[in-house]
Design a protein around this ligand. Sequence first.
Ligand SMILES: C[S@@+](CC[C@H](N)C(=O)[O-])C[C@H]1O[C@@H](n2cnc3c(N)ncnc32)[C@H](O)[C@@H]1O
Length: 301
Amino acid sequence: MDALERYEPILDDFEAFRAACERPLPSVVRVNGIKATRERVTDAFDAEGVEWEPREWNEKVLKIEGKPGNTWPSFHGWTHGQEEVSSISAFVLDPEPEERVLDSCAAPGSKTTQLAALMDDDGLIVANDSNLGRLSALRFNTERLGVTCAAVTNQDARNFSLKPFDFSAFDAALVDVPCSCEGTIRKNPTALDDWSLDHIEGVAGVQKGILRRAIQATREGGTIVYSTCTFAPEENEAVLDYALAREDCQLVEYDIGLQSEPGLTEWQGDQYDDSIRKAKRFYPHHNDTGGFFCAKLEVGA
Ligand SMILES: C[S@@+](CC[C@H](N)C(=O)[O-])C[C@H]1O[C@@H](n2cnc3c(N)ncnc32)[C@H](O)[C@@H]1O
């Protein structure tokens, strides 16, 4: 847990944070609106004897007893087991039907399938990932959840090419980048075993390239959501600061209904753009979730 001690100066209650990181994560599912309503899912849970509780911030998110994949609604593709905070990014992007959306780092598809449901499975999602092996999980999830509006690509998102498409820009992009995964410690107790500052600095370079390319590939007035499941400012605020200085975009406020802390404007002597406080940090002890970081940007002035 030593890797987490560096965050003591920025936390309201470090002991509560540490205790939450050591507790197992509640089991949470997202209702898949493409195949079922919330009522259909909760009726099926009741019939099967699966205990469930609503999560107040979003009616599509339910806490259940037992493993998310071991229920009839999951078998039918009516629900998808998805860490609660992981569902924030797509809700914040909030795409409309008929839009063109780039999902830069899409595998295994939790957010691609969520975007598709928010778009009523109508429009185009380009679900991209550079890891060919992980694309099979993405395809499995899109098929299981009944998604037909997603096209799968296998590119390095830092150089994402629009050449295969008959349009010149996306309406929106979800940039859910690879990261040091510190915030997944409750789900994966070994997540911090290989932690190092060198790894953080290395992956931050990749994140900067992916975010920058997604901004360039999105039309003026379009929306970008940047998210990670880590606490490291080098992978969060520093990446946003880098993109703001080089691309035509700005941070946008959003409201999600979960407790959060604002993005940092200073970390270990580095100063970040003041607007980055509009990003949100989600800590495990605030909502009994994993850790997450999410920022919304608009392209163009
Ligand atoms: C946090 S995971 C994405 C999770 C996914 N958005 C979801 O909700 O299921 C990050 C993904 O980025 C992919 N990745 C890593 N480097 C990449 C790159 N340069 N271009 C595109 N994808 C990349 C990894 O293979 C991994 O699947």
